[in-house]
Ligand binder design. Structure first.
Ligand code: CAO
Length: 536
């Protein structure tokens, strides 16, 4: 068993490209074409496939390293080298011992017709043609996509192996193809270069662009190429998406910087793009605000009025802006206000502060508020719902997950505390603090922010006597919490000083009617006024 080194292949001349992910660990057994490392330039990300199978012996790079072509990435104790397809690791001498490629037909100046065939697609059979990118009469350049195939794991663009004019295309969308199948005929001016002999050596020159790591079928069988997206324009340098996803985004006119990625490291998948588009279309079809002809705010040249500076919005700020607009325009809001007497709750909390400190945590009013909201959601389940996107149903939830708005340097984030109704004060305190820290450290994962039934936005530590929180759809309600203050309170006989907490409840009036909201709010206020009720 020999030790082979997997190196950075030709990455289109890019230098000092960042390693953003190591996909294997020492001791892993990998197969040829398994993704070992993901590199990212400012324009694209590329998975580097293994050129040799075997056991990972050493990893020569770490995340954040900058690499260039030829740099060592992984050392592998190679197994069954004889079976491995030709790869970067194959030495020049080995290559020499291979039979010489058949000479290319002499460049005669006349166009020569060649068959374009499906190259080696990793043994997959009956793979669906999801797109035919060219038609008879089209001029194509070498590398242009002819067709796009899609398995259940990945999509791959099959490139032209030479430049020329498409004479005919034999496939249509929906056809199922395997290696060697005829795609069409290409008229190549001046003859075909040897490497472009698509019919006889498809695998060696094919560069299918794979989308998913777990899809060795989508990667070339020989001389592995990264899923180079260098030629694919980026709509936004911040976007983390593969070439096929970027292409889909371009085809649908989607600005990928507005799409939340659900893949590893928030990578955008094709499904994310489809969901994004589907949401817009569904919203439009169900009378939503998108495309409803609301006049745009005219562009203004502020520099005419004084010195200005353009500061790029973070991705989170842009997403928040979109979400807020969507929620504001789609959700008919009603906001209800109250001042809740939390004098007893505050006495109780002050009494627990020393204990909290001993536990190494800080007890603020927030966990009490979350606990009271959970109890109110249980008591008034008409608030624990979402509108179904079919416009025909209400989704009644039997779990109580509550989002907490957290102010972070990059914008507003709303991590979700799960099963609030089942947790005690200390557990909630620890969890809120941990999630708020994770949010501020930029470490929240997409699933930390999903699944909320209701949200709480607390500006209590900051100030103000009230505000209208915006519902975080598809949730149907949100509680705004402002700063508690000692205020004179009439007890029927006299004014007494009481600690009053201003709260405001906004709800989606399509899902919740005013009477239900009144009951929910009254229950919530009574639970905060007398936290012993939370034990009932
Ligand atoms: N009234 C009076 N004092 C309050 C209060 C209230 N309603 N809420 C909190 N406080 C006090 C706390 O008790 C604490 O004081 P002590 O240390 O003396 O006890 C202090 O304010 C600071 O609290 P905190 O901010 O550290 O903790 P929190 O649990 O209240 O809030 C969090 C945590 C993550 C919600 C908060 O830090 C935050 O990010 N708030 C902003 C949310 C936001 O931006 N909302 C607007 C979204 S747009 O709709």
């Amino acid at each position: 068993m020999a030790t082979e080194t997997i190196k950075v292949p030709d990455i289109g001349g890019s230098e000092g490209v960042e390693v953003i992910e190591i996909s294997v660990s020492v001791g892993d057994t990998i197969a040829v074409e398994d993704s070992v490392v993901v590199l990212e330039t400012d324009k694209a990300s590329m998975e580097i496939p293994a050129t040799v199978g075997g056991k990972v012996k050493a990893i020569k790079v770490k995340e954040g390293d900058k690499v260039s072509e030829g740099d060592a990435l992984i050392e592998v104790e190679a197994e069954g080298q004889g079976d491995a397809p030709a790869a970067e690791a194959v030495s020049k001498t080995d290559k020499k011992s291979e039979p010489e490629p058949e000479p290319a037909p002499a460049a005669s100046g006349k166009a020569q017709e060649v068959d374009m065939k499906v190259p080696d697609i990793g043994g997959s059979e009956g793979v669906e043609v999801i797109e035919v990118c060219v038609a008879a009469g089209d001029e194509v350049a070498e590398g242009d996509s002819l067709i796009v195939l899609e398995t259940d794991k990945a999509s791959m663009e099959i490139p032209a192996e030479a430049s020329g004019k498409v004479v005919s295309i034999k496939l249509k969308e929906g056809d199922k193809v395997s290696q060697g199948e005829l795609i069409g005929v290409l008229a190549v001016a001046g003859g075909v270069p040897a490497k472009a002999d698509a019919g006889s050596k498809p695998a060696a020159a094919s560069k299918p662009a794979a989308e998913e790591k777990a899809a060795p079928v989508a990667k070339p069988a020989a001389a592995p190429q990264p899923q180079a997206a260098a030629s694919v324009e980026s709509t936004d340098g911040d976007v983390y998406a593969g070439p096929a996803v970027r292409k889909l985004g371009r085809q649908l006119g989607v600005d990928l910087s507005r799409v939340s990625g659900s893949g590893p490291r928030s990578r955008i998948t094709k499904d994310d793009v489809r969901h994004y588009v589907k949401n817009i279309v569904t919203s439009q079809q169900s009378g939503g605000a998108v495309g409803s002809g609301i006049p745009q705010i005219p562009a203004v040249d502020f520099a005419k009025f004084g010195e200005v500076e353009l500061v790029k919005m973070s991705k989170i700020k842009k997403l928040t802006a979109d979400n807020m607009t969507r929620n504001w325009l789609n959700v008919p809001h009603v906001t209800q206000w109250d001042d809740v007497d939390i004098t007893e709750m505050e006495d109780f909390r002050q009494g627990l502060k020393a204990e909290a400190e001993k536990r190494g945590s800080k007890l603020t009013p927030l966990p009490f508020i979350l606990k009271a909201c959970a109890a109110a959601l249980r008591a008034e389940p008409s608030f624990n719902v979402s509108l179904h996107h079919d416009g025909e149903h209400i989704v009644q939830k039997n779990y109580v997950h509550i989002g907490v708005a957290v102010d972070t340097p990059v914008g507003l984030l709303v991590p979700v505390v799960r099963d609030v109704d089942k947790k005690g004060l200390w557990e909630l305190t620890d969890e809120i603090n941990a999630l708020a820290k994770k949010a501020r450290d930029g470490k929240l994962m997409p699933n930390d922010m999903q699944g909320g039934c209701f949200s709480v936005s607390s500006l209590g530590a900051i100030g103000g006597s009230g505000f209208t929180p915006l519902v975080n759809a598809p949730e149907v309600a949100i509680l705004g919490v402002s700063r508690a203050q000692i205020k004179p309170h009439w007890n029927g006989k006299e004014f007494v000083p009481r600690n009053m907490l201003p709260i405001s409840l906004s709800y989606d009036h399509r899902a919740v009617n005013g009477a239900d909201a009144g009951r929910f709010f009254t229950y919530l206020a009574s639970a905060l006024a007398d936290v012993r009720r939370l034990l009932l």
